[in-house]
Design a protein around this ligand. Structure first.
Ligand SMILES: Nc1ncnc2c1ncn2[C@@H]1O[C@H](COP(=O)(O)OP(=O)(O)OP(=O)(O)O)[C@@H](O)[C@H]1O
Ligand code: SF4
Ligand SMILES: [Mg+2]
Length: 424
C-alpha cells in the first residue's frame, strides 16, 4: 500500500509534535569541522553527525531513538542538553529558544534538562563519594533544601534503590547497575522535566537492564518526566517509548508511535530492522521475509547524494525503475507525515504489515555490544544489583571479553540471541 500524504494539512505534514510540546527541535544540524594544517589550521571538511533533524517531545512522554552506531544519536542528546552547540537549527524548550543561550541562562536550564550516560563507570568521578556526586547539582545550582543536602541525597539514594548508609562510599565499591542508579539519582536530584537517557542500560547485564528500565518508568510516572531514550535494543525501546524515531546517517528516517512502527513500518530501513527481529514461533519465523542490508555504512563526512540511504536501500536496488532510482539519487526526501503522526523520510514509502513484530517478540540481547576498544563493557551481575541495599563490598564486577555470539542488531545482520527479560 502506498502512503498518500495529500489528505493531511500542511501543518500535520510538517510538524512532528503537538503545540504544547516540552521540547521541539527543528532542522537541527551538528557538523564537526575537520581541520588540517600546522601553522594555519583550515577547515577541510566536516563530519555531518546530525544533518537536519526535527522532532518534538511532550511532557511525560518518552521518545525512543534507535539507529546504527555512529548515526548521530548521542550527538542529538548532547545537543539537546546543550553540552554542545548545534551548527544550525532551532531547539525550543518550554516555548523558549535555547540554542545559543549564554552560560548564565544555561545554568537555569540545567535544572530542567538532565542526561544519563551509557557508561556508569566513566560518568562518575572515582575520587568523589556518592554523597558528593549526587549532591553536586544542589551545590552547583545553589539550591537550598528543607532537610539539608545530606538528608536530601539520602532520600534520593533510597528512592533509586540504594542504601542511604552508603553515602560515603566511592563508585568503585558499587556494581554496574548500582552505579547507573547513582547516575539516575544525580539526574533526578533537581526534579528536571526532561532527561536524555543515552543508552542507559546498554552496558548492563540483561537482568539488571530490566530493573533499571522499570526504575526509570516509575520515576517518570512519579515526576511526569519526559525522556529521550537512546538504545540499540528494539525490544527495550518498544517497551519504554511512546513514540520511536529511527535514525540513519544523521537523519531521522521514520518517526511514529511505537505500535505503528512495529506493526506497520513504512521506511525501507525500518523494514530491514524489523525483519531482523527474531520471532520465537518457528513457523512464523519461516514465513517472514528477511531483508538484508548490504554494503558498509557510508561516512558522515561524505554522505550519499539525494536520499542518504540509497546506497543500501533494498527497495532502490530491487524494486524501483530507473527514473525512480534517479529521484532517490538526486532529490533529498522531505521528512513529512505520510499518515497522521507518521513521519517518513522517503520518496516511496510503503506500509509493510508482513514484517510486524508482536509485543512479546524480538526480546533480544543486542545490548551486549562490544565497546569501541573491542572489549565488552564491564557489567554488573544480577546478584550484584539485587544486593543494592546491602553487601556492596562483594559487588566488584568481573571484567569480561566479548561473549561468543554477541551480535548487535544494528551492526551485524546475523540474528541476535534470544533473551527473555523480566520487563514489566
Ligand atoms: N567531537 C566530535 N568530533 C568529530 N566527530 C564526532 C564528534 N563526536 C561524534 N562525532 C562523529 O559523529 C558521528 C555520530 O556520532 P555519535 O556518537 O552521535 O553516534 P551514535 O549514534 O551515538 O553512535 P553509538 O551508537 O556508537 O553511540 C560519528 O561519525 C562520530 O564519529
Ligand atoms: S528514497 Fe529511495 S533510496 Fe531512499 S529509502 Fe526511499 S526508496 Fe529507498
Ligand atoms: Mg552514542
Amino acid at each position: 500500500m502506498s502512503a498518500a500524504a495529500t489528505e493531511l494539512t500542511e501543518d500535520e505534514r510538517a510538524r512532528p509534535g503537538a503545540q504544547d510540546d516540552l521540547l521541539v527541535i527543528q532542522d537541527v544540524k551538528k557538523h564537526f569541522p575537520i581541520k588540517r594544517g600546522v601553522v594555519i589550521r583550515r577547515q577541510v571538511g566536516a563530519v555531518k553527525a546530525v544533518d537536519g533533524v526535527s522532532f518534538a517531545v511532550g511532557p511525560g512522554e518518552t521518545l525512543g531513538l534507535v539507529g546504527e552506531s555512529g548515526c548521530g544519536k548521542s550527538t542529538i542528546g548532547r545537543t539537546v542538553t546543550k553540552l554542545i552547540e548545534p551548527t544550525s537549527g532551532s531547539i525550543r524548550f518550554d516555548g523558549r529558544e535555547i540554542s545559543g543561550l549564554n552560560r548564565g541562562r544555561m545554568r537555569e536550564l540545567r535544572r530542567d534538562i538532565q542526561m544519563i550516560f551509557q557508561d556508569p563507570y566513566s560518568s562518575l568521578n572515582p575520587r568523589h563519594t556518592i554523597g558528593t556526586i549526587v549532591g553536586a547539582p544542589f551545590r552547583i545550582q545553589g539550591v537550598k533544601t528543607d532537610k539539608g543536602i545530606k538528608s536530601e541525597v539520602q532520600s534520593l539514594m533510597e528512592r533509586v534503590g540504594l542504601n542511604p548508609e552508603h553515602y560515603n562510599r566511592y563508585p568503585h565499591e558499587f556494581s554496574g547497575g548500582q552505579r547507573q542508579r547513582i547516575g539516575i539519582a544525580r539526574a533526578i536530584a533537581l526534579r528536571p522535566r526532561l532527561i536524555v537517557c543515552d543508552e542507559p542500560v546498554s552496558a548492563l547485564d540483561v537482568s539488571i537492564q530490566a530493573q533499571v528500565v522499570n526504575l526509570l518508568e516509575d520515576l517518570q510516572s512519579e515526576y511526569n518526566l519526559a525522556y529521550i531514550f537512546v538504545a540499540h535494543d528494539l525490544s527495550v525501546v518498544r517497551h519504554i517509548s511512546d513514540r520511536v524515531a529511527v535514525m540513519y546517517l544523521g537523519k531521522i528516517m521514520e518517526l511514529t508511535d511505537r505500535d505503528t512502527l512495529y506493526k506497520a513500518p513504512m521506511h525501507p530501513y525500518t523494514h530491514a530492522l524489523m525483519s531482523a527481529v527474531p520471532v520465537p514461533d518457528p513457523a512464523k519465523e519461516a514465513r517472514r521475509a528477511r531483508i538484508l542490508l548490504v554494503g558498509d555504512l557510508p561516512s558522515p563526512i561524505d554522505p550519499p547524494s539525494g536520499c542518504v540511504f540509497h546506497t543500501r536501500c533494498p527497495k532502490y536496488r530491487e524494486v524501483l525503475d530507473d527514473s525512480e532510482r534517479a529521484r532517490c539519487r538526486d532529490e533529498v526526501p522531505v521528512f513529512e507525515a505520510k499518515q497522521p503522526g507518521h513521519f517518513v523520510h522517503c520518496h516511496f514509502p510503503e506500509v509493510r504489515r508482513d514484517l510486524a513484530v508482536a509485543e512479546d517478540e524480538g526480546i533480544t540481547g543486542a545490548s551486549d555490544r562490544p565497546s569501541p576498544d573491542g572489549n565488552r563493557p564491564p557489567d554488573s551481575t544480577a546478584a550484584g544489583d539485587q544486593r543494592s541495599r546491602s553487601e556492596v563490598e562483594d559487588a566488584s564486577p568481573p571484567d569480561r571479553g566479548p561473549a561468543p555470539g554477541d551480535t548487535p542488531l544494528f551492526t551485524n545482520p546475523a540474528r541476535p540471541n534470544d533473551f527473555e527479560g523480566p520487563l514489566r
